[in-house]
Ligand binder design. Structure first.
Ligand SMILES: *Cc1c(COP(=O)(O)O)cnc(C)c1O
Length: 425
């Protein structure tokens, strides 16, 4: 890449959460392969981020490449209104089969945030169809993250959720305290009290509880006790509130279960999937719901669910998603994630004794080093690159979620380099 191209990028292209006047450095990627990112400068970095949770099989997987080639030669896209196709049917079949019991109706959306918008609209439309339009607010947990669009932003943590500057123009929802009990600790019943109080007092105005089951991602990388989820499910039933599980980050094996809801043995009324759905090949998300929710919406005044994006059910994305799910199931993901969990526990534990480190936690194929102070993100990025790894921290959180196929010796290199950089930071 020429300096002119990089200058054009700096001058004209927005990057996620990056200033247009004082941009932080951006490295140019020439190609990706397996678990590696190859920079234009010739450096080869071990990818600790899986391109934000998505490339669970690594880059350039032959089966996914083949599925994409085959589909693009047949039909890359066709509108979904009044038309259907095998890739969508094959994908929906698999999703109904592998997701928690009761989720039978599949809405194919174009990104995670959109699938959250869809979930929220489903919840509101459900109660409206039942003549309960006063149920028009949501409850969620502090430190959550659900996306960057307006409906989703309104349920992100008001402080850590990156959207506090919009708080005046967002709908106001209820925020329950974040559960404190970590997954392996003794369950503390006081954890559920805040949610219980809100539901007791406000259930008549609340349509749904939306949460990230067991692992909260971009809002703080917190892991909490599955008993919270089990009790939240019970409270939702008791108070006539729908449960929306946002598994956009946790779904498809990341936490050690195929879906994080399984840690508590519960089914939500609405489930959001995204990120790893196509193995990181292209953007696709899904919102699944129950027969009861879908039928109630359809019997309501509108007669249908009021949503339908242009690229709904994109055949190319669906075909790759089908190949990705088949690969996941056939590759013994459970054993792979377990192996990664063991390697992360071993590799990251030396960071526990460092003065700069507040906490080290691992769950499934997720490893987090929480620092006491926010890191200097530009400097630490350079340090990681110099060590041959790609890790992109935010705030105090230095975290990785490697591809499930990452070999143990490569994982060991990744964690060792991560601990070394953190120790020098
Ligand atoms: C990433 C994420 C989203 C948003 O998905 P996008 O594809 O970025 O719109 C929503 N919820 C959770 C839990 C996520 O991790």
């Amino acid at each position: 890449m020429t300096p002119e191209q990089l200058a054009f990028d700096r001058d004209h292209i927005w990057h996620p959460y990056t200033s247009m006047t004082q941009p932080t450095p951006c490295y140019s990627v020439a190609s990706t392969e397996g678990v590696y990112i190859k920079l234009s400068t010739g450096e080869k970095l071990i990818d600790g981020m899986s391109s934000w949770w998505s490339t669970i099989h690594g880059y350039g997987n032959p089966a996914l490449n083949e599925a994409a080639h085959k589909q693009i030669d047949t039909m890359s896209h066709v509108m979904f209104g009044g038309l259907t196709h095998e890739p969508a049917i094959n994908l929906a079949k698999r999703l109904v089969e592998i997701t928690p019991i009761g989720l039978e109706k599949v809405f194919l959306a174009d990104s995670g945030s959109v699938s959250v918008e869809v979930a929220i609209k489903m919840a509101f439309q459900y109660w409206q169809s039942k003549g309960l339009s006063s149920k028009n607010r949501l409850v969620t947990i502090r430190n959550g993250y659900h996306g960057d669009t307006f409906g989703a932003m309104a349920v992100c943590d008001p402080v850590t959720g990156m959207h506090d500057i919009f708080s005046d123009i967002l709908p106001q929802h209820f925020f329950a305290d974040r559960p404190n009990t970590s997954p392996n600790a003794q369950w503390q019943p006081s954890d559920i009290q805040s949610l219980k109080d809100i539901l007791t007092e406000h259930h008549q105005e609340i349509a749904a509880l939306i949460l990230e089951p067991v692992v909260q991602g971009a809002g703080g990388m917190h892991f909490y006790h599955p008993e919270y989820l089990a009790q939240a499910r019970k409270l939702c039933d008791e108070f006539n509130v729908l449960l929306i599980a946002d598994e956009i980050a946790t779904g498809l094996g990341r936490t050690g279960k195929l879906f994080a809801c399984e840690h508590a043995g519960i089914s939500p009324d609405i489930l959001c999937l995204g990120k790893a759905l196509t193995g990181g090949y292209m953007t696709l998300a899904a919102t699944l719901t129950t027969k009861e929710v879908a039928e109630t919406i359809s019997k309501g005044g509108a007669g249908c669910f009021m949503h339908g994006p242009t690229f709904m059910g994109n055949p190319l994305a669906c075909a790759v998603a089908v190949a990705s799910i088949d690969l996941l199931v056939n590759n013994d993901w459970e054993q792979q994630v377990k192996r990664i969990e063991t390697a992360l526990l071993k590799g990251l534990s030396p960071a526990k004794s460092l003065d700069q480190v507040a906490d080290v936690r691992v769950m499934g194929a997720i490893g987090v080093i929480e620092m006491k102070q926010p890191v200097d993100s530009v400097r630490i990025q350079e340090q990681f690159k110099a060590q041959g790894i790609w890790v992109r921290p935010f705030g105090k959180l230095v975290y990785i979620m490697p591809a499930y196929v990452m070999q143990t010796d490569v994982l060991d290199k990744l964690t060792a380099a991560m601990v070394k950089v953190v120790s020098e930071h």
